[in-house]
Design a protein around this ligand. Sequence first.
Ligand SMILES: Nc1ncnc2c1ncn2[C@@H]1O[C@H](COP(=O)(O)OP(=O)(O)OP(=O)(O)O)[C@@H](O)[C@H]1O
Ligand SMILES: [Mg+2]
Length: 717
Amino acid sequence: MTRDTDILVVEDSPTQAELTRNILEGENYRVFLAESGAKALQMLKERRFNVILSDIEMPEMNGYEFCRKVKEDPATKDIPLILLTRLSDPGDIITGLECGADNFVTKPFKPDYLLSWIKHHLINIELRKTMGAQAGLEFFFGGKKHFLASDRMQILDILLSTYEAAVQKNRELRNVQKDLELLNSTLEAKVRERTEHLSREIKTRTKAEEDLRAASQREDMVLRTLPMAFFYAKPEKGGLTLEWVSEGMAKVSGFTPGEYLAAPDLWFSRVHPEDKEKIRSEIGCLAPGRTINTEFRWMTKEGEYRWVLASATVMDGRALGLVLDISERKALELQYRQAQKMEAVGRLAGGIAHDFNNLLTAIEGYTGFLLKSLAPDDKRREDVVEIEKAAQSAATLTRQLLTFSRQQVFKPQVIDCNAAVRDTRNMMKRLIGENITLEINLAKEECRIKADPGQLEQIIMNLIVNARDAMPNGGKVTIKTETMELSERYCRMHMEVRPGPYVMLMVSDTGCGISPEALPHIFEPFYTTKEAGKGTGLGLPTVYGVVKQSGGNIYVYSEPGLGTTFKIYLPRATEDIAAAQAPAPVELRGAETILLVEDDDGVRGFALRALRESGYTVLEARNAEEGLEICERNIGKISLVLSDTIMPGMNGHELYEIISKRCPGMKVIFMSGYIDSELANIRLTVDNLAFLQKPVSADDLVKKVREVLDSPATVKS
Ligand SMILES: Nc1ncnc2c1ncn2[C@@H]1O[C@H](COP(=O)(O)OP(=O)(O)OP(=O)(O)O)[C@@H](O)[C@H]1O
Ligand SMILES: [Mg+2]
């Protein structure tokens, strides 16, 4: 049937026209294409078609107009006309019906659908021929009255096609809706996933930002609190122009970064004049990748010189560096060098004094015997007295040396420093004379210290005499005592000082002052600036030795032309002040047996004679080993061991350890030119330790021997 069916396709779009032609020709219809309504009308005049398919939207004459023209023409009005529509508005259908269209097929159409309608019309047309035409139909839609002149079949077709189109559209819509729902859920999942990812990313980013902020705060804090400053500078014209300075600079120098950046010459202008040349040459050596380290004195905003270490490295044409305050280290280095020097000098002085003491003991001892043996009117007595005087002066000197080397016998007691100053007041006044004022400012509270009272007096006297000598034209000496706590920080800056409570004794004068060249030497023995015969240079070394032996420290501050201040810090004592004891009179003679151990022949001979003359039996030994042998042979007979401390071979202390095991409670007197460290230890463990400081006179020797023999016990049980 299709073979003889001619279909006219009215379509302005060539693509759409070709598509429709393919579908129709596939069913063996003969297809005629017209690109406009006018052309189609023309073609309708020329030949008869079985079905017309017309697009609606066409230029010049649209599909409705074309349809109306076809349906008005009696020659063509029976040809079924299918409008191809997008069906976007129900009004389209009404308009289509009004103009007599037989059907609507919505675009895009499925081929089968279009073909089924074509077939349907071809059959219907036959049927209609037999049933005849109907009047038409009147109805309202969209507030308007419409009249359809078509027969009922046409209306039915139209409604069916419209309904089908709607159903199809609905199905499509449902599919689209499903697709949309699917799309929506995928979208939602995607959004959820993306949101989670984003929130994770935000969290990570927030954490990173927080970390960064914390790191930058830490860095800022470090930069602010470190006792060093960082800088960034441009090397130019043989100098460095600062471009950035860290906040820490204010801590080091007192100047803010802003002040340095505002005045490019400021940093160099504060360098100590003696260090400027060194800095210039160091800057001259700056080269890429090379680091320079230099120490120099730098004046702070307050005008005080501080030692700083500056380090710089050149990178990308800029010098990056740091400045560190090393004043504390420098001060400690200086103190350390000074302490080492004093230690070495002390050892030397102590060694010499020790040998001298043995000689002087013999000289003084035998001079004493000589004097006793000479008749009161003997002319030679004067000579011997001169020898004795010289020996005594020499002994005083050696004692001072021993005090300096801290090897002097030390009898510490708890005393009030204020009382010691008060007690020496009259003596001080006599020493300084009329034209020097003495001002004494004592602390209100008690200034308890542990020191040897005789030595403390010696310290005050030595300092007062020095002050007097520094003020030949008069002036003022101030003595002051104060109690204080020395802090950790202070102790870090001062060697050998432990934090805690201290008593400060200050002696200050308005004299000539000490030159910077002399200052490092004033505590050395025999260093004096006084003319020959006026000073021995042993005053300050004595002070130094006593202070050190008492666990204290001494500092000196001096400005040439203005005066000098000595400050002595002694640890504050907590114990009660010792009551003054009057020495009990002792009987000097005795008949006990004494073991005398002494390697120096002169000293041994002198002691032997002094003791024998006082009635004692003396067993003599030249060293500890010999002493031990004698002791073994005379157990039960010996009442006292009188021994030197330092001897070749076994020392006095070791000897006493052995003897005291064999003979518990054995009394002992150690005799020495100085206190060795071992003896200092025994002093802590042995009660009432008897000790004789060489040189010793015969009187002192027998007095001590009697005293010890009469004492209840020497060794603590
Ligand atoms: N108060 C002071 N003012 C100025 N210079 C001082 C002062 N005290 C000490 N000196 C200097 O220190 C040097 C050493 O002092 P020290 O007391 O050790 O010896 P001396 O006074 O010279 O002699 P000595 O005390 O043995 O009689 C002095 O020669 C002096 O140059
Ligand atoms: Mg002096």
